[in-house]
Design a protein around this ligand. Sequence first.
Ligand code: B1M
Length: 210
Amino acid sequence: MPAILEQISEALIDGMSKKVQGLVNKAVEEGIDPKSIINDSLLVGMSEVADLFQEGEMFVPEVLVAAKAMNKGMEILKPMITEDDLEKAGKVIMCTVKGDLHDIGKKLVTMMLEGAGYEVKDLGVDVTPEKIVEVSKDYKPDIVGMSAMLTTTMVSMRDSVSALEEAGLGDTVVMVGGAPVSEKFANEIGAHYAGDASTAVKLANKLVSK
Ligand code: B1M
């Protein structure tokens, strides 16, 4: 593993946006695959941030600064992984469900899907079931992807699946993920579950090839 990837993780944890940007640019110049920079440094760093937060070693403002540093790194890499001249693998709607403002995981899944050749419409955070239905009618996605990070917002996933059914879009393939979500819950609401961004891509590939 190149040392620079570790340095990026460390700078992210320290919330040093400018340093992250500089190191990410350097890593790209060194020829490191942008997907590897995401998976092996930015994702690793953010996961460490999550652990430190849970352990009470980091607090919300620091977490926000670290998330911002990660996004700054992502901004550099995103065009590089979407520029790949790939045939579109499929169309995906991505969102964080109603009541939930966490968007880091959703963004990561979005970027990984785009990197794998998917056309992704990212509806943002706090997205209502009505909005998901409205956009699905128009955009006709192969997959609707929903993210939730709060136990309390998982119910919005169920509501969104029901809203799609009620709107006559019951055939829509739904993929869900996020820390509190489980395979069992996904099965209960008639959705498919992916535990992380890489698995989400593999699952999407499986779902669109059906
Ligand atoms: Co929030 N927060 N937060 N938070 N936050 C958690 C989730 C929490 C576990 C922290 C804790 O208490 N230990 C807890 C939830 C408890 C629960 O419900 N079980 C919590 C809470 C309680 C809250 C607030 C209520 C705090 C408060 O205000 N009292 C509040 C809620 C706001 C709201 O949403 N309405 C809140 C706010 C925030 C911040 C704004 C400060 C910030 C979010 C910043 C942002 O997203 N822009 C924040 C953060 C950063 C976290 C933690 C520390 C980190 C989350 C994260 O980004 N992880 C988190 C603690 C933790 O996770 N240990 C916590 C990194 C990210 C890469 O992982 O999103 O899991 P994740 O995504 C993964 C997979 O889950 C998967 O792939 C991703 C990459 O591999 N995945 C999918 C995600 N979506 C997917 C979709 C798919 C497939 C896979 O298919 C469609």
